[in-house]
Design a protein around this ligand. Structure first.
Ligand code: 16G
Length: 259
């Protein structure tokens, strides 16, 4: 711990940025130390006592600054072993113009992907599922819910609904839904995706290992076969700190527009 404190403080006295309450000054100072690489993701923060002595503030002030940084996901606390700079998760870019699966997206980046099953089975559909999937009266809906991870880092929760005539046995899916649909000749060829900002609610935040209320992306995908039949209705929540959705925009060759 002493060594860690030495690394973070260097030989210079700690000069807190001016303005605002002391705990916010210390919080900004810790954030700056992380930004300039004085302390790195995964490193332990000096003890509360060391920080208080070196920054010449009370331990209550240190605790408050640290608590705020933990809530914001900048620091993580592990019982019995201390406070650490949160590990950095790589950002993933997904093109908005290609209809790819999660497995394909990750494989293209050379990233190891896995899924933890949260649910899979046949259910009585909700009115929304009946309308969107165009289910006939009495038809059941296949629901699959998965936590999608890159190695040990959770990236997204996906909850997909499909007609039971397309997916009569949800247990048949291996690692990839689209691979399974491909094999049965029902892989979608077109999709409409709606993305909106969302604050991640408690249960999902717990699964995604982020603080409750963190920024997330709520995504709804409705996918179609070439015949126009809806195949998949999926609602997902992606961690805002790990995903970028990228769209390529082109100028229409409209009359009077630039060629
Ligand atoms: C993507 C799709 C999801 C689809 C899944 C299939 C988004 C937002 N969602 O994650 O709708 O069900 O891929 O992936 O892109 P899989 O074939 O790896 O199971």
């Amino acid at each position: 711990m002493q060594e860690q404190a030495g690394k973070l403080f260097g030989d210079d006295p700690v000069v807190l940025p001016v303005g605002g309450p002391l705990y916010l000054q210390l919080k900004r100072w810790i954030e700056d130390a992380i930004k300039r690489g004085a302390i790195n993701p995964g490193d332990a923060l000096p003890s509360e006592r060391d920080l208080a002595t070196r920054a010449d503030v009370s331990r209550v002030t240190v605790r408050k600054a640290v608590q705020h940084l933990v809530q914001e996901g900048v620091l993580v606390q592990r019982h019995g072993s201390g406070t650490f700079v949160a590990p950095q998760t790589p950002r993933v870019e997904q093109s908005l113009s290609q209809l790819t699966s999660f497995t394909e997206d990750m494989a293209r980046r050379g990233m190891a992907v896995r899924a933890e099953w949260l649910d899979r089975g046949l259910y009585t559909p909700s009115p929304e599922e009946t309308v969107i999937l165009g289910l006939t009266s009495g038809e059941r809906v296949a629901r699959i819910a998965r936590l999608r991870l890159n190695d040990e880092t959770p990236l997204a929760i996906e909850r997909a609904s499909l007609s039971s005539s397309v997916l009569p046995d949800p247990d048949m899916i291996g690692d990839s839904l689209y691979l399974h649909l491909d094999k049965s000749g029902t892989r979608p060829v077109r999709a409409i995706q709606r993305i909106r900002a969302a604050n991640i609610a408690e249960a999902d935040a717990h699964l995604l290992q982020v603080p409750v209320g963190s920024a997330g992306l709520h995504i709804e995908r409705i996918s179609y076969l070439a015949t126009g039949r809806v195949i998949e209705f999926t609602r997902s929540i992606y961690r805002g700190d790990t995903y970028d959705f990228v769209a390529e925009l082109r100028l229409d060759a409209a009359p009077g527009g630039q060629k």
